[in-house]
Design a protein around this ligand. Structure first.
Ligand code: AHR
Length: 343
């Protein structure tokens, strides 16, 4: 077994009674647990020969956003509710692709039944996915995709349609600007499918349907609130004619709102603010009149992940892309929808 990597066994999920899953409560989800110790060794209890349960290795990206914490909570909560049938081996890669790759190799060494992970970026997965295939371990891509060259190396992808999400955001912006104005874009993590495809959908929809709207700046805010704020501050310093901001996630939109207020302008009125994800904070900002819309991206994927993993363990084939059914919410929908938000 490879030594010294960050795999936390099921034991780490057992003490998490504060966690709530997406479908279970309107209470706020508890904060994601702290990242496991980088030196923690995978527990032998989860290894294949001694375990007839479904053993799933999940290599989470990290904790960059409220949305990501919601996904982690849902997965850990679901596993904790099904301990008779499921062993979850959870690793937190702390935003690094190399850590995700190490975690996956650790899962292979442990002989888990199925490996699931959200690829932090699209490229660079050929070698490790080939190792999974050679070990006979099916892989589920969760919430993000990999590039075409790896199409034969994973079993299925469970995720939203990011191109659709970007196009929906463009329609909100285009509509609220009356088809004319200047937009800035806060992009997600460089190289992530969630960033590449939201940009593709947003930029194309604007160009096709709203030719008098210009994207005057577009830069990464790495899906974090802090960087979203920082980049928006620099946009506001360089341009006094910004009419709207599209943030590739709600955390960056919330950071942008802070920057707009500090610049003496009214978010939601002077500058239209639209995000993606549908986190509770975005709904609160919409109720406060400071945000204009969000395109949902469902992080509540645990049930689908584990049910799909069970099918793959049983040798069944599943759809190559299991697409989430997401909603689009505008300011006027926010008050009624807020109590329903679970993340
Ligand atoms: O891959 C999904 C994206 O990743 C979410 O929009 C974002 O908030 C997260 O960090």
């Amino acid at each position: 077994m490879r030594k010294g990597f960050l795999a936390a066994s099921l034991a780490a999920t057992m003490g998490l009674s504060l966690l709530v899953g997406c479908g279970t409560s309107s209470e706020p989800a508890a904060a994601a647990p702290a990242a496991p110790e980088a030196t923690a060794e995978a527990a032998p209890a989860a290894s294949k020969p001694a375990n007839s349960k479904l053993v799933v290795g999940f290599a989470q990206i990290g904790q960059e956003s409220g949305w990501r914490d919601g996904e982690t909570n849902d997965i850990q909560w679901y596993a904790a509710q099904h301990t008779d049938e499921i062993d979850l081996v959870f690793a937190d890669a702390q935003q690094k692709q190399e850590n995700q790759i190490k975690a996956i190799r650790n899962f292979i060494d442990m002989g888990v039944d199925v490996i699931a992970f959200p690829p932090v970026v699209e490229t660079g997965w050929e070698a490790v996915l080939t190792e999974c295939k050679e070990a006979g371990i099916p892989v589920i891509l969760v919430d993000r995709g990999v590039d075409e060259s790896c199409a034969d190396l994973y079993a299925t992808q469970i995720s939203s349609d990011f191109i659709w999400e970007g196009a929906q955001a463009a329609d909100i912006v285009g509509d609220l600007l009356g088809g004319k104005g200047n937009v800035v874009e806060l992009e997600g993590t460089v190289g992530a499918s969630a960033a590449n495809e939201r940009k593709e959908g947003f930029d194309k929809e604007l160009a096709d349907k709203y030719p008098d709207i210009k994207i005057i700046e577009s830069q990464t805010g790495d899906f974090t609130r802090a960087l979203g704020k920082e980049v928006m501050e620099s946009f506001l310093k360089s341009h006094d004619d910004i009419n709207a901001v599209f943030a590739h996630n709600d955390d960056m939109a919330l950071g942008a709102i802070e920057a707009i207020k500090e610049a003496g302008k009214k978010p939601g009125e002077d500058i239209i603010v639209v995000g993606c994800d549908g986190v509770k904070g975005a709904f609160e900002a919409m109720v406060a009149g400071e945000m204009n819309g969000t395109v949902e991206c469902n992080p509540c994927l645990a049930k689908q992940i584990f049910e799909t993993a069970a099918k793959l363990k049983a040798g069944e084939t599943v759809d190559k892309w299991i697409v989430s059914n997401d909603g689009v919410f505008r300011q006027e929908d926010a008050e009624a929808e807020l109590p329903n938000r679970t993340y």
